[in-house]
Design a protein around this ligand. Structure first.
Ligand code: SF4
Length: 259
């Protein structure tokens, strides 16, 4: 991508139309299906709207495909923590080729990561919950916050069926101080719905799913899960199950962590 094209990806943050905010607060969009929600979001928020895609879950790729069919210039970003699996990087390039999309790759602040690694080592996340949370905060939460500061809305692949912490996810909701609209078009989808869409539309997905990875995050912190076991046992398996969130989807972020 040229430097001028890259610069053009930054869009001035504007205040969101009060009528839109009222529609969200009143829950008027909850009866729409995924395609209708995305059409509403793109019509009202594009280009200050982007899909948050890890390239490690089928949900994100389904949404990318749906958004691309509605608006070929719809935006997608990925947080490159610097520790992703090679198949994830391969998939990002496959998506660039297949859809002709400039995937917006967001990096952590180099100085912050350098200081963390100098003080705690390369693999600090295995040593304590606090160090794992520090790594997630610097490599994921802070870059995500910085990127979202320029947007009015972002799209996620959250589904209610993914666990108790997500069981009350709304299709469209307000985040933080109410200046960012979070759109969860797949909130009521089942896992079977997601994979049926992948098959029906030949959506490219991470090849590690076929090797037993239910979701694919950072290489040191994700592993394959035997059939029938809890999918969450593939993430931060050395920790207490109650702590296994990276902070990206935790509403209240205390001290920039939210974990
Ligand atoms: S998932 Fe692991 S490697 Fe990735 S940011 Fe969190 S602690 Fe660091």
């Amino acid at each position: 991508m040229s430097a001028s094209a890259s610069l053009s990806l930054r869009h001035e943050k504007r205040s969101i139309d009060s009528g839109l905010l009222e529609d969200v607060r009143a829950g008027r969009l909850e009866g729409l299906d995924a395609r209708e929600i995305l059409t509403w979001a793109i019509k009202n928020l594009h280009p200050r709207l982007a899909l948050s895609c890890s390239f490690g879950n089928a949900e994100g790729l389904v949404l990318l495909d749906m958004m691309h069919r509605i608006e070929p210039t719809s935006r997608v970003y990925v947080l490159d923590t610097g520790r992703l699996h090679q198949p994830t990087y391969d998939l990002i390039d496959r998506v660039r080729d297949r859809y002709g999309k400039n995937v917006e790759v967001v990096f952590p602040e180099a100085a912050a990561v350098q200081a963390m690694v100098r003080e705690h080592g390369m693999n600090l996340f295995y040593e304590s919950l606090e160090k794992r949370q520090l790594c997630c905060r610097l490599r994921k939460v802070e870059p995500n916050r910085r990127y979202l500061a320029d947007l009015d809305g972002h799209v996620t692949g959250l589904r209610r069926e993914q666990g108790v912490t997500r069981s009350d996810v709304r299709k469209v909701e307000l985040e933080g101080d109410g200046r960012l609209i979070k759109i969860n078009p797949l909130a009521e989808w089942s896992q079977d719905d997601v994979w049926a869409y992948v098959r029906d539309h030949s959506v490219p997905v991470n090849r590690l799913h076929a090797e037993g990875f239910p979701s694919v995050g950072c290489a040191p912190c994700t592993r394959a899960v035997p059939a029938g076991e809890d999918p969450r046992s593939g993430r931060w398996w050395w920790e207490n199950p109650d702590t296994r969130e990276c902070g990206l989807h935790v509403g209240e972020e205390k001290d920039g962590s939210g974990i």
